[in-house]
Design a protein around this ligand. Structure first.
Ligand SMILES: Cc1cc2nc3c(=O)[nH]c(=O)nc-3n(C[C@H](O)[C@H](O)[C@H](O)COP(=O)(O)O)c2cc1C
Length: 178
């Protein structure tokens, strides 16, 4: 299965995750680069599209899309990517290192709502969505502290325990055919 991983990351956690996935499954990787990469604009959905990709997505059986969630939204760089290339995408898997934990999944800013949005846009082409919440690497006594949660980034030092298990299961899911 010819796969490409496309990612967007503002603070580095989704870049870390994207590279880790691409390394493990040995696939091409492409950074999504907004034309105007100003976080505040992107946060409010003001986006002038993304720069041209180096790869032609139609040549791949599967796209793995990786990026954060902001304010309960499928963020504008990822949304622009999907809308522009929908017809060239054969199959898509969405994976996110987000702030919302599993218990928050279906609440207002939870990743579950974004997963529904991705599935709505891509219909049957979206075959799987996976969350690796950053809270999994935050120490137990700091999980309720929003400042600590917002400042934590994935790294080799903290990518251990439950998050690593979820990652390994995810890798199995994307490499072993159903
Ligand atoms: C302005 C802002 C809003 C955010 N809103 C949400 C949210 O609604 N839901 C969520 O799960 N995470 C939210 N997050 C957390 C990010 O998804 C999380 O920190 C992510 O790992 C950042 O990815 P990056 O390091 O690749 O940029 C938000 C982060 C920022 C900076």
């Amino acid at each position: 299965m010819k796969t490409i991983l496309a990612y967007y990351s503002n603070n580095g956690s989704n870049r870390y995750l994207a590279k880790k996935i691409a390394d493990r499954i040995n696939c091409e990787i492409e950074q999504i680069r907004p034309r105007l990469n100003i976080h505040l604009f992107l946060l409010f959905g003001i986006n002038f599209g993304n720069k041209k990709l180096r790869h032609n997505l139609a040549e791949f059986d599967r796209v793995i899309l990786c990026g954060p969630i902001w304010m309960g939204k499928f963020i504008s760089p990822l949304r622009s990517f999907v809308k522009k290339y929908k017809s060239r995408i054969n199959e898509l898997i969405f994976v996110t290192c987000c702030g919302s934990g599993f218990e928050m999944k279906d609440k207002k800013f939870g990743h579950g709502l974004v997963f529904n949005e991705v599935k709505n846009i891509l219909k049957d082409k979206c075959i799987h969505c996976e969350a690796l919440p950053i809270t999994l690497v935050v120490p137990e006594d700091k999980k309720e502290d929003p400042n600590v949660v917002m400042q934590t980034r994935l790294s080799d030092e903290n990518f251990k325990g439950e998050i690593e298990e979820i990652f390994e299961n995810f890798i199995k899911k994307v490499t072993i055919p159903d």
